[in-house]
Design a binder for this molecule. Structure first.
Ligand code: G3P
Ligand code: CA
Length: 242
């Protein structure tokens, strides 16, 4: 079972910062996950929430601030003062780190609240420019965005994100169409997941930070997990069940 570092190595470093991604890049894991929004001036920025309130010393919606305005804030100190100089990264800055490694990069399009017109096209342009289309995976809770991206770039893998317990998950993913399902941990233990796996679905589960669930999911045949603690989870899985 593969490991993706969720928002970078976000259990030990401030989520979605260069520090968190550099730490993930150092680890021999399969991949990394990150979240993108569009700034007021149309830049692709890496941050989880629609606002900067929780993860910086500023306030406001990402969509209402320019990149220069966003850069004025500190995105590390809230986590630990040791990271006080961390800034909000652009998608290009994060991809540059992984251009040098073999990691797969899961870009989550955060267009489920604000539609961020043209975001998919911008992501695609950047991924192609950086020659990373074979190592990039696009996902979103906005399944319309997943569908549109797949239409634009059939050669790039896409996944639907869901927190729901779906009926016929495998069939739904085919309708979108999506290459994989990224599902919420509680639903990973439900019958629908077992059925989807049996039908051949590719399933990755978020967010798995404990070894009991990690071993159970591996046994079940889940393809990958997203974890905030990639280094610890790597050693848990390498050791095997005791
Ligand atoms: O992509 C997996 C996971 O990151 C989805 O949920 O809220 O952490 O972005 P969230
Ligand atoms: Ca995410």
């Amino acid at each position: 079972m593969k490991i993706y570092a969720h928002r970078g190595a976000s259990g030990t470093h401030p989520e979605n910062t260069l520090a968190a991604f550099e730490e993930a890049a150092r680890l021999g894991i399969h991949g990394v996950e990150l979240d993108v929004h569009l700034s007021k001036d149309g830049e692709l920025v890496v941050i989880h929430d629609e606002t900067i309130d929780r993860t910086s010393n500023g306030v406001g919606y990402v969509k209402d601030l320019t990149l220069a305005e966003l850069r004025a804030y500190d995105f590390g100190n809230w986590f630990n003062e040791e990271f006080a100089r961390e800034s909000i990264p652009t998608l290009e800055e994060v991809l540059k780190i992984f251009q040098q490694t073999a990691h797969h990069v899961n870009i989550e399009l955060k267009s489920d609240i604000f539609p961020y017109e043209g975001m998919g096209e911008k992501v695609l342009y950047l991924v192609e420019k950086m020659g990373m289309s074979d190592r990039v995976l696009i996902s979103s809770f906005d399944h319309e965005a997943v569908r549109n991206f797949k239409k634009l770039a059939p050669h790039i893998k896409v996944a639907i994100l869901t927190m729901d317990v779906l009926v016929d998950a495998y069939d739904y993913a085919r309708i979108v169409p999506a290459d994989a399902l990224h599902i919420y941990l509680p639903s990973a233990h439900r019958k629908t997941t077992k059925e989807a796996l049996l039908k051949g679905a590719i399933i990755r589960v978020f967010t798995v930070n404990d070894e009991v669930n990690a071993h159970a999911l591996e046994k079940r045949g889940v393809h990958a997990i997203f974890t905030d603690f990639p280094e610890r989870m790597k050693s848990v899985l390498e050791k095997g069940e005791v």
